[in-house]
Design a protein around this ligand. Structure first.
Ligand SMILES: [Zn+2]
Length: 889
């Protein structure tokens, strides 16, 4: 990528950096021409290539800052006075270059706020091998970006989270994925602390009052996969036994903060099994010499650091009795992160424009392997649910394709969204289903073995798949889904014994996105007859044998929506409760999409909801009623319509409660089939908000009272969400919210604490929302939790305006600083549930000027469009829709 010629911009940023004393040049730094400080806006050139790092870091999590001595061996392609690299907000004490027995001191500048830095020397450094040396210190972050720390109970811990471009906030380097080198890490910590990094620890000794942990050199890694964790951790350890792919046992540890010590064995056993399943799939041994699975209470999700994965506590810390959704997330997320050890870590994308390849594949594998780990959890169905959810975002005009060019550093984080994960995962599902498991796996293996410990791009993966499939048309089909935005809508029109299929781009009511064409791997089914073909034309005739209604998305694996004539919809709705779960989800998605496009009616969707509610698959059973519920919670439906909905929901779910029974005590349903347990939880959660749920609500609220009074057996964690809702809505004004809040902050339980905080925030009690936003100060409440609380307040219709007003007043604080950047990317999503043309305009006027040029720019445009679309639908058809809700029966 060419060097940026925006010298003026660079100079302005430099002034700002010096002014804040964050990125300071050494005192004696001579004045330097602006051109010297011009830096590329995105990718670095290959002029300087790192070949090895030695990181020697002094890390005491109890202190606000850490320090480092770093050496990087590099190769210069031409002599140069300046080296462009990365480093963000590092206080640089010394920087030098050694070559041919000489040492030359350099000056460090950070002209770019995203952390592009320049090292300037008085004379040219020659071409060839050079060692760069740095001494610096920097502040810990309190959010999971770069090197961050948190106090848990009485102890401080620190962890690292570097993806995408936050390694540069921990050490100077060449922070982009194409540069893969060995890292030799040394950590100096206060005595008695544990230290974890990517490679095995090879020695520990006291030096100068500090404990020095030395780690073996790693296999080649990009900077974003390096990890350093320090604290008085608890751990359990074992080994994944040898497999046909691996002769030696693989050392394995689960590492967490001390209060979680008793709840780590489940993850140890699960991780062993998942490693073996992945090795079998890839036909290849785990690529690193050990595996640590580490947890932090404030990680938002998980990160695939090579050999040292990091997870949010709740993803790992659990036992066999954990709620079904928690166990599902364990299987899915651990499979996802460990799949990355091959797909992402062993073979790494050259640049962030191909990060979709990492994430889409890992997402698909997370569900695929999670499902193989414990089929009874029905983890695979979650993949489809995630894909159908992403269609809602993908249907907007604002947005992006799965794969797009990334020209600037501030665009990178925007690539980690539901398009990359949800849509990308579904597109992989579609291709894998179309090719068949064997051929798809052969393509994956071919790709990995060609690029081991190196880098690759999308084209390499497509080529490997096409070769394995023996069908080059697959490449064009995949590209039509990865390189353009939008959801295909396939319209099926019956003509004699066959169907005419016509493709368009799906559009919600009133929207007119540009036309598009896909090569759709189409699979349909009638009875036992399944037909797959590649739909390359805009319109085609298909003849399907078999009998019964046409299922236009067989297995639900296709990334498309469909539209049917009314009688074909009716025929499909009649059999919906007997369709496989994935197909039932697809029917619910397409019918709800048809309602939002102004075609099908609410009554049809309600008929589907009545059928599906008895479906044994917990993802399918609620799909149609959830679509109706979100129309209500977005405010599309008036108060009479809402009453109709509450009545209808009571009628739908009350009979199921009789069938499943209800006992809130801990372990009451231990040993039951997970899908049955999960259905009961869903039924109770829906009933709590309906007129038929009074008894259940009372019982739950009582159980919560006992639980909060110290009887932990009174309430199973499965009922935390429904229970706290019931408790708060029955005890309004009794200080119940204050008590629950206090209990949450006094607890480090990874399930209870966030559930209780969320219940208080989302309670819809206006006084509580105001107090939380304006008056509540408590050092135990973490920065990430404050943001979650704001999200909870925005999720409830009753308190949404209070939250909106507060955000408007506090926007500058919210988006400033490095934590702000992290947060502002997610901020616009908080406005998702508004539904009005005027509000869309207000959001645009207020936030566009402030968020321009930030990673949240695109998300803001999506939200504005979504809120406006909903408003247009309400203005045009809201009355009619509300009357349909009112009459539901
Ligand atoms: Zn991932």
């Amino acid at each position: 990528m060419p060097i940026s010629r925006l010298f003026i911009a660079a100079a302005l940023v430099l002034c700002a950096a010096n002014g804040s004393a964050q990125a300071q040049a050494p005192a004696a730094a001579p004045s330097v021409e602006l051109e010297t400080l011009a830096v590329p806006p995105g990718q670095l050139s290959d002029a300087v290539r790192p070949i090895a790092y030695r990181l020697d870091l002094t890390v005491d999590p109890a202190q606000p800052r850490f320090s480092g001595k770093v050496e990087i061996d590099v190769v210069l392609s031409t002599p140069s006075r300046r080296i462009v690299l990365h480093g963000r907000d590092l206080t640089m004490h010394k920087a030098s270059a050694s070559f041919g027995g000489k040492v030359q001191q350099g000056n460090w500048y950070q002209p770019d706020p995203t952390g592009v830095a320049v090292l300037v020397f008085p004379e040219a450094v020659p071409a060839g091998n050079v060692t760069l040396s740095f001494a610096y210190d920097a502040a810990f972050n309190d959010s999971p970006a770069g090197m961050f720390r948190v106090k848990v109970d009485e102890d401080w811990y620190s962890w690292t989270q570097f993806q995408s471009i936050d390694a540069r906030a921990a050490f100077p380097g060449f922070d982009q994925p194409s540069f893969k080198t060995p890292f030799t890490v040394t950590l100096r910590t206060p005595p008695g602390l544990e230290a974890v990094s990517n490679a095995p620890e090879i020695s520990k000794a006291m030096e100068g009052g500090l404990e020095v942990h030395r780690f073996a050199p790693t296999l080649p890694l990009p900077t974003y996969l390096v990890a350093v964790m320090v604290g008085p951790f608890a751990s359990v350890e074992g080994a994944a036994p040898p497999t046909p792919q691996r002769a030696e046992p693989l050392p394995l540890r689960i590492v967490s903060t001390r209060q979680n010590a008793g709840k780590l064995s489940f993850a140890l056993e699960g991780s062993k099994q998942i490693v073996a399943l992945l090795e079998d799939y890839f036909g290849d041994a785990f690529p690193y010499p050990k595996l640590d699975q580490i947890t932090s209470p404030i990680m938002p999700g998980a990160m695939e650091n090579a050999g040292a994965d990091l997870y949010r506590d709740a993803l790992i810390v659990m036992d066999e009795e954990a709620p079904v959704p928690q166990q599902r997330r364990f299987g899915m997320v651990v499979s996802h992160e460990l799949a990355h050890q091959w797909f992402g870590d062993l073979v790494t994308p050259e640049w962030w424009d191909d990060i979709w390849l990492n994430e889409s594949f890992a997402n698909w594998m997370g569900y695929r392997i999670g499902d193989a780990w414990k089929p009874e959890l029905n983890i695979r169905a979650g993949a489809l649910a995630e894909g159908f959810e992403a269609m809602e975002t993908d249907a907007l005009v604002a947005g992006r394709p799965i794969r797009e060019a990334i020209e600037t550093n501030s665009q990178i984080d925007g690539a980690f969204d539901s398009i990359t994960y949800g849509k990308g995962g579904h597109v992989i599902t579609m291709i894998a289903a179309y090719l068949g498991d064997e051929r798809f796996r052969a393509g994956v293996r071919r790709y990995l073995s060609a690029h081991r410990y190196g880098n690759a791009a999308s084209a390499d993966f497509f080529a490997a798949l096409a070769e394995a499939a023996g069908d080059p048309r697959i490449v064009a089909a995949m590209r039509s889904f990865t390189d353009q935005q939008g959801v295909p809508l396939l319209e099926f029109r019956r003509e004699g014994d066959s169907y005419i299929v016509t493709q368009h781009r799906y559009a919600p009511f009133g929207a007119s996105p540009p036309a598009a064409h896909w090569d759709v791997p189409l699979c349909v089914r009638r009875g036992n007859e399944r037909l797959c073909r590649l739909l390359t034309q805009d319109s085609a005739e298909i003849a399907v044998g078999g009998s019964g209604p046409l299922v236009p998305n067989a297995g639900g694996t296709g990334y498309y929506r469909f539209e049917l004539a009314e009688h074909d919809w009716s025929a499909l709705i009649t059999v919906a409760d007997r369709l496989p779960g994935g197909e039932a989800q697809a029917v619910a998605d397409s019918l709800a999409a048809s309602v939002l496009a102004g075609r099908a009616g609410v009554t049809q969707l309600a008929a589907l909801a009545s059928k599906l509610v008895r479906h044994p698959d917990s993802y399918a059973s609620d799909a149609a009623s959830a679509a109706l519920a979100s129309m209500v919670s977005e405010g599309l439906v008036d108060s009479f319509g809402r009453r109709g909905w509450v009545r209808f929901r009571g009628k739908l779910y009350a009979p199921l409660l009789k069938q499943y029974g209800f006992d809130p005590r801990a372990g009451a349903y231990a040993g039951e089939q997970p899908e049955r347990t999960q259905r009961r939880v869903q039924v109770v959660e829906r009933l709590v908000g309906s007129s038929r749920g009074r008894k259940v609500k009372k019982r739950l609220a009582k159980a919560v009272e006992h639980f909060l009074a110290g009887d932990s057996s009174a309430l199973d964690p499965s009922w935390f969400d429904a229970g706290f809702d019931a408790y708060l809505s029955r005890k309004k004004g009794d200080g119940a919210a204050g008590l629950l809040l206090e209990r949450a902050l006094a607890s480090e339980d990874p399930v209870f604490r966030p559930a209780a905080l969320n219940a208080v925030a989302a309670s819809g009690i206006k006084d509580v929302a105001r107090r939380l936003l304006y008056d509540f100060v408590d050092p135990r409440l973490r920065a990430s939790e404050r943001r979650a609380i704001l999200g909870g307040i925005m999720s409830s219709r009753a308190t949404r305006e209070i939250g909106f007003e507060w955000i408007r007043e506090h926007l500058d604080d919210l988006v400033s600083g490095s934590n702000g950047v992290f947060f502002s990317a997610r901020l616009p999503r908080m406005f998702n549930r508004f539904c009005s043309v005027e509000r869309a305009q207000e959001i645009a006027d207020t936030f566009r000027p402030r968020l321009a040029g930030t990673p949240s720019e695109m998300e803001l445009e999506r939200v504005i469009e979504r809120v406006r679309n909903c408003g247009v639908l309400q203005d045009t058809r809201g009355f009619e829709i509300s009357r349909e809700f009112e009459k539901l029966d």
